[in-house]
Design a protein. Structure first.
Length: 117
């Protein structure tokens, strides 16, 4: 059973930084395309960032590009999201996502990020 578990959310002020982490148990982590999504209250879940299996390719939503950095450590079965220059509109529940070819998609339970002064 593949299970992503996020951590690192919290309350920060505008302009601050925060780092989210996700540990993925089960299966072979290095074969998973990993991503981060977020969902604000009353809004649809939206894509934030994705990283390839070997970590060499990344892709970001326009709204976070140049502020957020996604990375992974296959030896630690972990993916991270470094969030810099946070804005109030970044407030959301952030979800770790594993896309496994032939098996499906797996989601974490989410971690809350609140950006407020």
């Amino acid at each position: 059973q593949v299970q992503p578990v996020e951590s690192g959310g919290g309350l920060v002020q505008p302009g601050d930084s925060l780092r989210l982490s996700c540990i993925v148990s089960g299966g072979t982590f290095s074969t998973y395309v990993m991503g981060w999504f977020r969902q604000a209250p009353g809004m649809e879940r939206e894509f934030v960032a994705t990283i390839s299996r070997n970590g060499r390719s990344t892709y970001y939503a326009t709204s976070v590009k140049d502020r957020f950095i996604v990375s992974r450590d296959n030896a630690k079965i972990a993916v991270s999201l470094q969030m810099n220059s946070l804005k109030p509109e970044d407030t959301a529940t952030y979800f770790c996502h594993a896309n496994i070819v032939g098996l499906g998609q797996y989601w974490g339970q989410g971690t809350q990020v609140t950006v407020s002064s």
